[in-house]
Design a protein around this ligand. Structure first.
Ligand SMILES: [Zn+2]
Length: 313
């Protein structure tokens, strides 16, 4: 009797032990399966290292799917770490980088952010007027033929060449800057301000007639695509100096160093032609408001880049 009882308890213990062992094995299998299903594991299998995985992890689900369905890309880490990285553009950054073989990732991000991976005047949309003085008008964002800013008034000869107009609110902002410049012995004059659609059409046709279409596209905007139609843009010179020589004047120097304090920015800077889509224009200023102008100035970015990252994103 005693022997049998001992045997029974040994069998009982054995069974319990086996169950525990099976449970542990099952747990291990579940854990392994679960791990194999993590993005971390999948990324590792594609070839991403620990550091790259840490960079990739916080991106959107959509982008993660895209990365998991594609080959290892050594540029991704650098792309995501860029200051002006915008998550929804990831696939475009990767495609544009591959197409152009551009090794300058900072530039790749900037170019895609401002739509320069797309053809000018082709994939366009209506400018978002609800952004008010931050409205973006460029070769991808246009104004309707009949758009006209409110309160358009004549600018007195004290501030501008004959026949220039702009909206009263913006003129007041300009006058503030103009008077401050005057205090510093700087004489500014507006050579062009608000231009309506028809006026821009005439300008464009004139450039085209005189110098051909390629030139016109480079130096004038197609009607509807000119910032001058917003009433927020001014071509600023000093008396007796033409646009070509303006950047050799002390007036130019003053504007570069001070205009942002009054909410104005140089809209088409030198060296940023591939971002703005325009040749350098030392005379074309745009009102954006004091805070945005300061950011644009301090971070040395264009309004197009500012808009993509700080407004639209
Ligand atoms: Zn202009």
């Amino acid at each position: 009797m005693k022997k049998r009882r001992i045997k029974k308890s040994v069998i009982k213990k054995g069974i319990i032990g086996l169950i525990i062992l099976l449970a542990l094995i099952l747990l291990l299998i579940i854990k392994t399966v679960r791990y194999h299903n993590t993005n971390e594991y999948k990324l590792k299998q594609i070839g991403y290292n620990k550091e790259e995985i840490q960079t990739i992890k916080p991106i959107s689900e959509e982008n993660m799917t895209y990365i998991l369905n594609n080959e290892y890309n050594e540029k991704i880490d650098d792309i995501i770490k860029q200051k002006y990285y915008i998550d929804k553009n990831l696939e475009r950054y990767i495609n544009y980088q591959k197409q152009t073989n551009n090794e300058n990732i900072e530039q790749v991000v900037a170019i895609v952010n401002v739509n320069k991976d797309k053809e000018e005047y082709k994939e366009t949309k209506k400018a978002d007027l609800s952004k008010k003085e931050l409205v973006l008008v460029n070769k991808y964002n246009y104004l309707d033929k009949d758009y006209k800013p409110e309160n358009i008034i004549n600018i007195s000869n004290w501030y501008a060449y004959d026949g220039n107009e702009t909206s009263k609110e913006i003129l007041d902002k300009y006058i503030e800057m103009h008077e401050a410049a005057k205090q510093d012995g700087i004489n500014l004059i507006i050579s062009s301000a608000y231009r309506d659609y028809d006026n821009q059409q005439e300008t464009y046709e004139y450039y085209k007639r005189e110098n051909g279409e390629e030139y016109a596209r480079k130096y004038a905007s197609l009607p509807g695509y000119s910032e001058h139609q917003t009433g927020l843009a001014f071509d600023i010179l000093t008396l007796g100096v033409l646009t070509d020589e303006f950047d050799k004047t002390k007036e130019y120097e003053w504007l570069i160093n001070n205009s942002y304090k009054y909410g104005f920015i140089l809209r088409y800077p030198k060296g940023k032609e591939n971002i703005t889509g325009y040749d350098y224009e030392s005379w074309h200023y745009r009102y954006v408001g004091i805070e945005p102008a300061k950011t644009i100035h301090d971070e040395n970015i264009t309004f197009d880049e500012y808009y993509a990252y700080y407004i639209e994103k």
